[in-house]
Each structure stands twice: as structure tokens, then as C-alpha cells.
Design a protein around this ligand. Structure first.
Ligand code: CUA
Length: 174
């Protein structure tokens, strides 16, 4: 027979090391549960939650205009665009690249518009490990001020198909 009921006295209260481990796991659950709302208020990487509905084709047009206005070169075949300090910068996630390569100035503030034209992608800036979602239909606006110069790779951390592992991009801060 494949299924049998356990005998009626199967339950034995945990004791000794088992009790300690259950206690530790429980305490850790409590810590993590408290940390979630704590980070929501105190974390330094939180999105301000500014987002607007946008038709993916309209967002694509804004990106095209942004590239035409500020294109300064090419990086491995991808357009490099210098965003106007104090102004808008656009970053488009699509299968399977982040477009374009952004050039920003340290200490200047930008309004970074993040969206996707196909499906959900995960914007993950390395090595600072800042993570945001890019969704088609939403213009996610992040007010950013780069504090370090250098080249920052972007990876996609939301599984988005066969080319996901190669979905990269770049932000250059001078
Ligand atoms: Cu885009 Cu994974």
C-alpha cells in the first residue's frame, strides 16, 4: 500500500538541538519581517514611486528623440548618449539589451526614465547593486545624482527569455 496514516502518537515535541534550530529560524523570520518595512522607510535605494502610464511605442519615440538630440558616439556598436544635466535621460529595456549607453556627469541630477517595450526586465546597476523594475506601459522615473565617476555595467536580473544572460548595458559617469 502506498499511503498509510501515521500512528496516532507520531508527534513528538522538539527538544535539544532541534528546538534550538527551530527557535533560531523563527527569530530570523521575525528579523526579516521587521526589516522589510524598515528598509521601505529608511533604505537609501528606494524608488520614489514616481511612475506614469505610457504606451510602449510612445516611449520608444521619446528614446529615439533623446538619442537623436544627445548622441555623442558609439560603444561596441551601441549609441552613446549624453543626457543634459538637470534634464531627462532615457533607458529602454528590451530583448536583449539596455539602450542606449548613457553618459552622465558626476554631481549632476537627472530624471532617469526607465521602461520596456516588450516584457518585464530587471534593471540592476553594478557594482553598486541598485535594482529597479522596467515594465512595458510604465515610465518609471528615478531622480538620480551620480556620486562616483566610472563605468557602471547594467545587467538584467529578471528572467526574460533565451537571451536574458546577455542582456547588458552601461552607464558612464564622468
Ligand atoms: Cu531582460 Cu532578463
Amino acid at each position: 500500500m502506498s499511503i498509510q496514516s501515521p500512528p496516532n502518537d507520531w508527534f513528538k515535541s522538539p527538544r535539544g538541538a532541534e528546538r534550538t534550530w527551530i527557535g533560531l529560524a523563527l527569530a530570523w523570520c521575525v528579523v526579516l519581517s521587521v526589516m522589510m518595512p524598515y528598509w521601505h522607510v529608511k533604505g537609501q535605494q528606494n524608488s520614489t514611486g514616481e511612475a506614469y502610464r505610457v504606451d510602449p511605442s510612445a516611449f520608444q519615440q521619446r528614446v529615439t528623440r533623446f538619442v537623436q538630440a544627445g548622441r555623442v558616439g558609439e560603444y561596441k556598436g551601441v549609441d552613446v548618449v549624453e543626457a543634459p544635466p538637470g534634464g531627462d535621460a532615457y533607458l529602454l529595456g528590451r530583448m536583449w539589451a539596455w539602450y542606449p549607453v548613457l553618459k552622465l556627469k558626476k554631481g549632476q541630477t537627472y530624471r532617469l526614465h526607465l521602461s520596456s517595450t516588450d516584457l518585464q526586465h530587471g534593471f540592476s546597476l553594478q557594482p553598486v547593486n541598485m535594482n529597479f523594475q522596467a515594465l512595458p506601459g510604465y515610465d518609471h522615473v528615478l531622480t538620480i545624482t551620480p556620486t562616483q565617476s566610472g563605468e557602471f555595467p547594467i545587467i538584467c536580473n529578471e528572467f526574460c527569455g533565451i537571451g536574458h544572460h546577455g542582456m547588458t548595458g552601461r552607464i558612464i559617469v564622468e
